[in-house]
Design a protein around this ligand. Structure first.
Ligand code: ADP
Length: 164
């Protein structure tokens, strides 16, 4: 069984992430989309909520599992018997950081390699931060996040703004 992991913050999942998920899922028996929990970073959504949003948008892809972890990625991969990490690359600026991470992960876990998928051209500008910025200014999120979650993302941003 060939298992790959697609790790990230996914705060929230975007159409760019979803495109990588669909393409990667075709290449493996199982793809685990894993929300990596970083205690230093406070997100718009809790890790549990991010998992739920990803589950909602990937329900129709049978070999995708959604999980969260606070472990080191190389340890998590070992535990889940995954041999590949999947990463999406938007620009050269992503490459430098991601290449360094890939080398560290392989050093820590020699059975773990990384595969890079180029972002689809119309999503190269897209990130979770861009989504949050658009939501802050009430721009329609329909071209940025999966339709199943657009309303929830806007509602959470509105709550966040009204609490301030
Ligand atoms: P973001 O930068 O949007 O906060 P994450 O930290 O959740 O994203 O990123 C998880 C992975 O998804 C990384 O490999 C990142 O390069 C990739 N990724 C993010 N946005 C896109 C996109 N629009 N197209 C392709 N890959 C993407």
């Amino acid at each position: 069984m060939r298992t790959a992991i697609y790790p990230g913050s996914f705060d929230p999942v975007t159409l760019g992430h979803l495109d990588i998920i669909k393409r990667a899922a075709k290449q493996f028996d199982k793809l685990i989309v894993c929300v990596m929990v970083n205690s230093d970073k406070h997100g718009l959504f809790t890790p549990e909520e991010r998992v739920e949003l990803i589950r909602r948008t990937t329900r129709s892809i049978p070999n995708v599992e959604v999980d969260m972890s606070a472990e080191l990625l190389s340890d998590y991969a070992k535990r889940r018997r995954a041999t590949m990490v999947v990463k999406g690359l938007r620009a050269v600026s992503d490459f430098e950081k991601e290449c360094q991470m890939a080398l560290i992960n392989r050093k820590l876990n020699p059975n773990l390699d990384t595969m890079f998928l180029p972002a689809r051209q119309n999503f190269t500008y897209l990130s979770s931060s861009v989504v949050k910025e658009m939501a802050r200014y009430q721009v329609s999120l329909s071209g940025f996040v999966p339709k199943e979650i657009a309303e929830d993302v806007q509602a959470r941003m509105n709550d966040f703004l009204s609490d301030k």
